[in-house]
Design a binder for this molecule. Structure first.
Ligand code: AMP
Length: 406
């Protein structure tokens, strides 16, 4: 990564504005799942050890540009207090006199959490004046650890970087960029991409980009049905995006012409509705009228697992079936285990998207995955080859001695 890192910063005695991703699920007044908070602890601890005065900002949920206690970061501050084992101050607004006074009261190693930046509509509008006000809360040093928000040009991610002297990546951001960056620039091969989930439309750009980078692509989940139908196969009541049939046909044609291995399910688990537990297994060519495909079948599991076991780089986004329902979870869980087994044999595995992450957790193999991305949307945009505004806005790293032109 050619961006400045928090490791390059001199933070002693400085107020450092850290944009974290504390967009956690709340259960009333407490944090229901603190994974995202824990993911950013190494960055916070490093800043504290270096004598920084930490000003932490994040969004949480969608409060629609106005204060709403349902989306307060106050429970996050409380959880952070427990995790860090030290006091954490809280400012009830992310800009203004109270926030300024509280940042000025910080001493080296102290921590302040600002209230939800999305209480202000200017956050999502990337408003310059609001960005300047956020920047006024630090001593011209900004650290972004919010990979999950890096695909959004918002004030606390992008706008603020204009008004600070240094904008660096936090340790979590660095780790995300290192794994995803290596996969799309210099992957160990074979590179196997697995895509699933509900909609083709969400993943067209990823399919198109990875078709030129990966060696094999395995497509499952509801999105497979748009591809299958585009080939004239019967899909019954399975979810199809009819306005994307032409596109799907074009992508398959492109794959064929470039000899790219793009595999669709050979068989699937069917039911008359997602609520039915009466299921049957059929080849995709034999899908009966009135039934819908809700999981990949045993032949597909076997074939996909074989492909995965040969991979050296494995990227997975999206479940291969409606895995929230036990009757249709088998395929997704089998794929999770196949990815974990390949990783144990030395492959690098990268998983993104809330559902695939939930699936590896459910399969009990999360710890065996090389990298679980904290940003579903951001990782998809990255894999689609798009530049993330929150990364682009960071300060370029100084060129290392010996790498410059003479
Ligand atoms: P996404 O957010 O696009 O990754 O989609 C995830 C959702 O796709 C999950 O809620 C799954 O239940 C759903 N899904 C996956 N496969 C199917 C399928 N064959 N039929 C209906 N929904 C599915």
């Amino acid at each position: 990564m050619n961006k400045l890192s928090i490791r390059d910063l001199d933070l002693a005695g400085k107020r450092v504005f850290i944009r974290a991703d504390f967009n956690v699920p709340l259960d009333g007044n407490s944090v229901a799942d603190d994974t995202r908070i824990r993911e950013t602890l190494p960055t916070l601890r490093l800043a504290m050890e270096r004598g920084g005065r930490l000003v932490l900002a994040s969004h949480l949920g969608r409060p629609k540009g106005k204060p709403d206690p349902k989306y307060s970061l106050s429970p996050v501050a409380a959880r952070l207090r427990e995790l860090l084992g030290r006091p954490v101050a809280f400012a009830a607004d992310c800009i203004g006199a109270d926030a300024e006074a509280k940042t000025k009261a910080l001493r080296d190693g102290d921590v302040l959490v600002l209230e939800n930046v999305r209480y202000h509509p200017e956050e999502e509008a990337n408003d310059p004046d609001f960005s300047r006000k956020l920047a006024a809360l630090c001593d011209r040093v900004f650290v972004c650890d919010a990979f999950g928000s890096a695909h959004r040009a918002h004030a606390s991610v992008v706008g603020i970087t204009r008004y600070v002297g240094q904008a660096a990546a936090g340790l979590l951001m660095e780790r995300e960029l290192a794994y995803l960056g290596k996969a799309i620039t210099n992957p160990e091969r074979p590179f196997v991409a697995i895509l699933g989930g509900a909609k083709v439309s969400d993943k067209i750009a990823v399919v198109r980009n990875l078709m030129h980078l990966a060696d094999t692509m395995l497509i499952g989940g509801a999105m497979a049905y748009t591809f299958l139908k585009s080939q004239g196969l019967p899909v019954g009541k399975s979810l199809v995006e009819n306005d994307k049939l032409e596109l799907a046909r074009g992508l398959l044609e492109e794959a064929r012409q470039s000899n790219f291995r793009l595999l669709l399910p050979a068989d699937h688990v069917l039911a008359v509705s997602p609520d039915s537990t009466e299921t049957k297994i059929a080849d995709v060519a034999g899908t009966p009228e009135g039934w819908m495909g809700l999981d990949v079948g045993p032949k597909t599991i076997e074939q996909f697992s074989r492909e995965i076991s040969g991979g050296r780089t494995i990227v997975w986004n999206g479940p291969l079936g409606m895995f929230e329902k036990p009757a249709f979870a088998k395929g997704t869980l089998a794929i999770a285990r196949a990815v974990a087994a390949a990783t144990a044999r030395g492959a690098t595995s990268i998983i993104g998207g809330g559902d695939s992450v939930a699936a590896v957790e459910q399969a009990g193999v999360a710890r065996q995955i090389s990298h679980i991305s904290t940003g579903g949307g951001a990782s998809l945009e990255f894999l689609a080859g798009e530049k993330l505004p929150g990364v682009e806005a960071l300060t370029d790293a100084p060129r290392k001695a010996g790498t410059g032109a003479n």
